[in-house]
Write a protein that binds this ligand. Structure first.
Ligand code: KIV
Ligand code: ZN
Length: 559
């Protein structure tokens, strides 16, 4: 059998008697380094063109990244040309540092420095693989042999940097496949590299710990980070950076726990594009901090535009449920969620603390509209339907009609199987309650009040030449007067079960809505009407309710 777990071994956790990181809370944002243009690009079916790279670089600058790994210029002519274009076309703003990656080989390091000629400040990022698997099976070298590669790489970096004294250099070293490397050996190599670079003498150094392949639970990774920090020699002089990949789906969690363990800097990509399952997603991690009240120092308010650019240059569609950015991540279809959201939103005052059930952040912060939150399908309850009618059409329904109408919407959603938008909900409301049958349109009314009795003359017009009828009757109010007259005229028993009227908001075409439920000849009928004034709305609602029954009766009589 091919699917056989026995060919795998568990990742050995490192012995760590006292760990501090579990008690830490992230209250300060780490330094960010976007590696979309290098690691992200290396993973693409079709690598980015220079024009696409320029577009993405501009976006990263606008979002607020201060360190951007722009390519692997010694390995790719496009990357070399791109780095040259950034420098020669003055595209790197002050305060932004570009970074390039190189293997620890002299020719490649020399070419990488050449690509950065003229840059104001830059990070030269050198790496070599240190894992047991790579040592034994790829390079056939022992621990010392691999360490020597790192040391020589560090020496060449120091040497070539001296040839470009006008650039403010940071040196970065990555023990690639750190997660597959024995921790004491990783520290030994890091110390050896720092011994060349001498960060304690003022050279700016980043030590980057890559989870090149994510191999363990994030807590084990955090243990490793804390151990490196505790046992390396020059900790206080270097920035510790993390570069997590997402093979187990925990790249963000590993980076977060790594920051709790003391890391200063995080490398990742927008939406997590990168080798295999991707790099750590910068949007998710930054927005996680944001949702905890920590300023991420990055601006994701134009999330839609950001996603558009990333999708365009990577040619990869974002998942609709992608954290913070996906199409559905602020949508609630389920009735109980909609209800809770509606109630919380009603209590949320601008500027107040955000405490809304089911919504970890305010969708408006990332340019989303509240209109997208409550969406209706067959799982939605009355709360959602009512919310959409109110939100999109300013129509408020009484409770008894909410229950009744939401069943109609639910029936429609069940037979359709999909989502019902606001326009369709309004259409259904119109069709079931508001539509006026031929011959039952209120043309005018005249009310006389005396001794608590209202005498009503209600004129009802037919369309296309039907005669105008005038109904005259008495009652305790306009509605009961009309009901009495209709009962007489049609010879049926009519009882009003519920009646509600509402003044409507300024953004609606009509001023008033009336809703009525009546028992007519033993049948329960509901109807509603919109009009310029409440009395007209009330009278038309009654006419709408009666008209159906009357038509059915006349058809029966005629038959
Ligand atoms: O994933 C990785 O190990 C890398 C290094 C080159 C930093 O991308
Ligand atoms: Zn990587």
């Amino acid at each position: 059998m091919a699917f056989d777990h026995r060919k795998y071994r568990p990742y050995a956790p490192i012995a760590k008697p006292a760990r501090r990181w579990p008690d830490q809370v992230i209250s300060r944002t780490p330094d960010w380094c976007a590696v979309d243009l290098r690691d992200g690009n290396q993973a693409l079916v079709k690598p980015m063109s220079v024009a696409q790279k320029k577009k993405l670089f501009q976006l990263l600058v606008e979002v607020g990244f201060k360190e951007i790994e722009v390519g692997f210029p010694a390995a790719s002519q496009t990357d070399f040309d791109f780095v040259r274009a950034l420098i020669e076309e003055n595209r790197i703003p002050d305060g932004v540092t570009v970074q390039v990656l190189t293997q620890a080989r002299e020719d490649l390091i020399a070419r990488s420095f050449e690509s950065l000629k003229g840059a104001k400040s830059a990070v030269m990022h050198v790496y070599n693989s240190t894992s047991t698997v790579q040592r034994q099976q790829v390079f056939g070298l022992d621990r010392d042999g691999i360490k020597q590669i790192a040391i020589r790489g560090a020496e060449w970096v120091r040497h070539y940097a001296q040839q470009y004294p006008d650039t403010d250099w940071t040196f970065q070293y990555s023990p690639e496949s750190f997660t597959g490397t024995e921790i004491d050996y990783a520290v030994e190599v890091i110390d050896a590299v720092n011994n060349v670079w001498q960060p304690q003498g003022g050279q700016k150094v980043v030590i980057n710990l890559p989870a090149t392949v994510e191999m363990s639970t994030p807590n084990v990774f955090a243990d490793m980070v804390e151990t490196v920090i505790d046992t390396m020699q020059q900790r206080q002089y270097v920035r510790i950076s993390l570069h997590t990949h997402n093979d187990r789906g925990c790249a963000v969690a590993a980076a977060e726990l790594g920051v709790m363990a003391g890391a200063d800097r995080i490398e990742g990509t927008l939406l997590g594009n990168g080798e295999r399952t991707g790099n750590m997603d910068l949007i998710t991690m930054a927005m996680n901090l944001y949702s905890q009240g920590v300023d991420p120092q990055l601006d994701f308010s134009r999330m839609k535009d950001i996603v558009e650019v990333v999708q365009e240059v990577t040619d990869i569609r974002m998942h609709p449920r992608h954290p913070y950015a996906g199409e559905f991540v602020y949508a609630a279809f389920s009735g109980s969620h909609q209800d809770a959201i509606r109630k919380c939103l009603a209590r949320y005052d601008e500027g107040d603390i955000w405490q809304v059930a089911y919504l970890p952040i305010d969708p408006a912060d990332v340019g989303r509209r509240y209109e997208e939150v409550v969406r209706i399908n067959s799982q939605s309850g009355k709360g959602g339907v009512v919310h959409v009618l109110e939100r999109d059409y300013g129509i408020t329904l009484p409770r008894w009609l909410q229950v009744e109408f939401s069943k109609i919407v639910q029936g429609e959603a069940e037979s359709d199987g999909g989502e019902i938008n606001g326009a369709r909900i309004h259409q259904l409301f119109n069709q079931h309650y508001l539509s006026i049958r031929d011959g039952w349109k209120l043309q005018g009314y005249d009310l006389h009040r005396s001794d608590d009795v209202v005498e009503a003359r209600v004129s009802v017009a037919g369309s296309s030449g039907m005669p105008l009828r005038v109904l005259v009757a008495k009652g305790s109010g306009a509605v009961s007067a009309l009901v009495n007259s209709l009962a007489l005229e049609l010879g049926v028993a009519i009882r009003v079960e519920s009646f509600d009227e509402f003044s409507l908001g300024d953004n609606t075409a009509s001023n008033a809505l009336a809703c009525v439920r009546m028992q007519i000849d033993g049948n329960m009928v509901s109807a509603a009407a919109l009009a310029d004034d409440t009395t007209s709305a009330a009278l038309q609602a009654v006419l709408n309710a009666v008209s159906g029954i009357a038509e059915a009766r006349s058809t029966r009589l005629a038959g």
